[in-house]
Write a protein that binds this ligand. Structure first.
Ligand SMILES: Cc1cc2nc3c(=O)[nH]c(=O)nc-3n(C[C@H](O)[C@H](O)[C@H](O)COP(=O)(O)OP(=O)(O)OC[C@H]3O[C@@H](n4cnc5c(N)ncnc54)[C@H](O)[C@@H]3O)c2cc1C
Length: 310
């Protein structure tokens, strides 16, 4: 098929999410012109029109778009596109499978590489197995944005095509969202993440993790065991059922390295593990391993760093 490729843009209020630029580079691997669909404020469409590698932006204002509405819009456009991609967000995970079903297309999730136009690589079993899937026909996919390089901004903006008004599907309504407020950088985008696991032992000991994170200008993460024990809030859980992070530096303190945790840190550039058990599985993945008691190592590391280095 020589039809263009469509991307569903991710945005938060009036700001285009940085993941969209990464999805553009994934989309380019299909070798066709890349169009971006913005269902939201015109300001987001304007930002998308300046992304490098984008040939056209399609825009419709939709107030509080839900998965059903987004799926219907994509299905209505699907005759024009051979491939539809989105970053693996909650909305895309709801919308793209629905749109694929409405369009008689194949849906694949958690795609981490696109080696050829019809073959994609996806992560399975919490990233322990990578499978290459060949697809015949129309393909809809959600990609792990952190696995793709972001493209820079283009010098010229491309055309924005205004779509007919979209009627919201009323079958589900977003009642509200509670955002955890923090002065630290967003976990999914932070350059440095310091995470604590069950080895932290108590909620009040998370301050050791926070102190090191603050020295490094980083975000705080936690394993699911630490979250389940009430040491850290759910919003900072890293892993298969938490956030996927891709920092330059990931420091794991008192975390054993279960596959479900590792699934969330595979794209970290440098992994430092602090664990008192020299046989902990995290050491087989870590670039730097420190066998020791985190109650000694974390304060010592923090004390040796200048007030704030990032
Ligand atoms: C379907 C499913 C989804 C899951 N999703 C996730 C997920 O998204 N994220 C996630 O993290 N887990 C997830 N899990 C849970 C996962 O399997 C592990 O149970 C969890 O990651 C373990 O967390 P932990 O490493 O903190 O705890 P543990 O495995 O108990 O490890 C604690 C570590 O701390 C070390 N330690 C103890 N005291 C100290 C000390 N004083 N100094 C230094 N080291 C010390 C110990 O040696 C040990 O290695 C999931 C599980 C399932 C079944």
């Amino acid at each position: 098929m020589t039809q263009p490729t469509l991307i569903l843009a991710a945005h938060e209020s009036a700001l285009l999410d940085a993941s969209t630029a990464r999805v553009v580079s994934a989309a380019q691997s299909f070798g066709q012109p890349v169009h971006v669909l913005v269902l939201g404020p015109a300001a987001v469409a304007a930002q998308a029109s300046k992304l490098q590698g984008v040939a056209r932006v399609l825009h419709a204002e939709v107030d509080g778009a839900n998965a059903e509405t987004v799926a219907r819009v994509i299905a209505d456009l699907s005759e024009r596109y051979a491939t539809v991609l989105a970053a693996h967000s909650m909305l895309a995970r709801g919308a793209l499978p629905r749109a694929a079903a409405l369009s008689d297309a194949v849906y694949l999730s958690d795609v981490v590489a696109v080696p050829s136009a019809r073959g994609v690589v996806r992560a399975m079993y919490a990233g322990s197995v990578l499978t290459t899937v060949q697809v015949v026909g129309r393909l809809f996919l959600t990609v792990r944005a952190s696995a793709f390089e972001a493209l820079a901004e283009a010098t010229n903006a491309v055309d924005i095509e205004t779509l007919p008004p979209v009627a919201k599907d009323e079958r589900s309504t977003l009642v509200g969202r509670e955002k955890a407020s923090s002065e630290r950088p967003d976990l999914s985008r932070a350059r440095v993440v310091v995470a604590g696991g069950r080895g932290i032992g108590a909620a009040e000991h998370m301050k050791l993790v926070e102190a090191l994170a603050d020295r490094l200008g980083g975000a705080v993460g936690a394993s699911r065991a630490a979250v389940d024990a009430g040491f850290a809030p759910n919003a900072v859980q890293v892993g298969q059922t938490g956030k996927v992070v891709a920092p330059d530096l990931y420091i794991a303190a008192g975390i054993s390295g279960a596959i479900q945790h590792v699934a969330g840190i595979k794209d970290a550039k440098v992994i430092v593990a602090i664990n008192k058990d020299a046989d902990a599985p995290i050491f087989s993945l870590a670039d730097v391993g420190l066998v020791g008691d985190l109650f000694e190592v974390l304060p010592a590391l923090t004390a040796r760093l200048p007030a704030r280095i990032a």
